[in-house]
Design a protein around this ligand. Structure first.
Ligand SMILES: [Zn+2]
Ligand SMILES: [Zn+2]
Length: 228
């Protein structure tokens, strides 16, 4: 039986979390701190029960993506996956402040500084530690893979489905306050590696980009930005 692929998204403050339903269900990112209730309510509004989620893939260890991971794990009983390079942030509840790579990035970073205390989050242990080789999601009923896509942080990962749908966390930004339009992120630890990660994703068939902030958009926009 061929099942239709369903992608559900929720806006949690400036963040976006996703549930992908194929033969199985996984969730992308754990939401910003204090978003547990919103996540619980979200499951009331989509045709998926929280216990159907078998895996929560954390795209990276920044607080706005892992802040409610412990709550999301409690709600769903799913395993939590994060790349080994960002694992310590999650497991120690450490707030890592992003590195700005554009003038606007510096402005936003400075504007966020007074709110640092609000980004504290409870730590949680990883169940599945991702490494460089990538990993098939077949065991979770998803026709796709997790790919190591460093650059925004060294432990950033993306989920690339066979359909070309790519969930990239902060490998791209869209919508305010980060960008007016879709494109490369305003924060990155290593822009060269980020470009390499994009080349890898595009090469492997990424067509529609689902960013961790803002609406989905066509991969052609990134191709143009990178002049590939
Ligand atoms: Zn980030
Ligand atoms: Zn973010």
């Amino acid at each position: 039986m061929i099942m239709a692929l369903n992608i559900h998204s929720i806006r949690l403050g400036i963040n976006r979390c996703y549930v992908i339903q194929d033969r199985g269900c996984i969730m992308i990112d754990g939401g910003p701190p204090n978003s547990e209730h919103a996540i619980e309510n979200w499951f009331q509004s989509i045709p998926i029960r929280p216990e159907e989620i078998q895996l929560i893939v954390l795209t990276h260890g920044h607080a706005d993506h892992v802040g409610a991971a412990r709550g999301a794990k409690r709600i769903t009983s799913a395993e939590i996956a994060i790349h080994e390079y960002d694992r310590d942030l999650l497991e120690s509840g450490t707030l890592a402040w992003p590195t700005a790579v554009t003038i606007w990035g510096h402005v936003v970073r400075a504007a966020m500084t007074p709110f640092k205390a609000m980004l504290r989050f409870p730590e949680v242990q990883a169940d599945l530690v991702l490494r460089d080789e990538g990993r098939s999601l077949d065991n979770y009923g998803i026709a796709g893979r997790v790919i190591h896509t460093p650059g925004h942080t060294m432990g950033s990962v993306s989920v690339l489905l066979e359909t070309g749908d790519a969930f990239v966390g902060c490998l791209a930004h869209n919508n305010l306050p980060f960008r007016f339009n879709p494109g490369l992120p305003i924060f990155a630890e290593d822009m060269d590696r980020l470009r390499d990660s994009w080349a890898k994703l595009l090469d492997q068939g990424a067509r529609t980009i689902y960013p961790g902030h803002g609406d989905p958009f066509s991969a052609d926009i990134i191709r143009k930005a990178l002049m590939l």
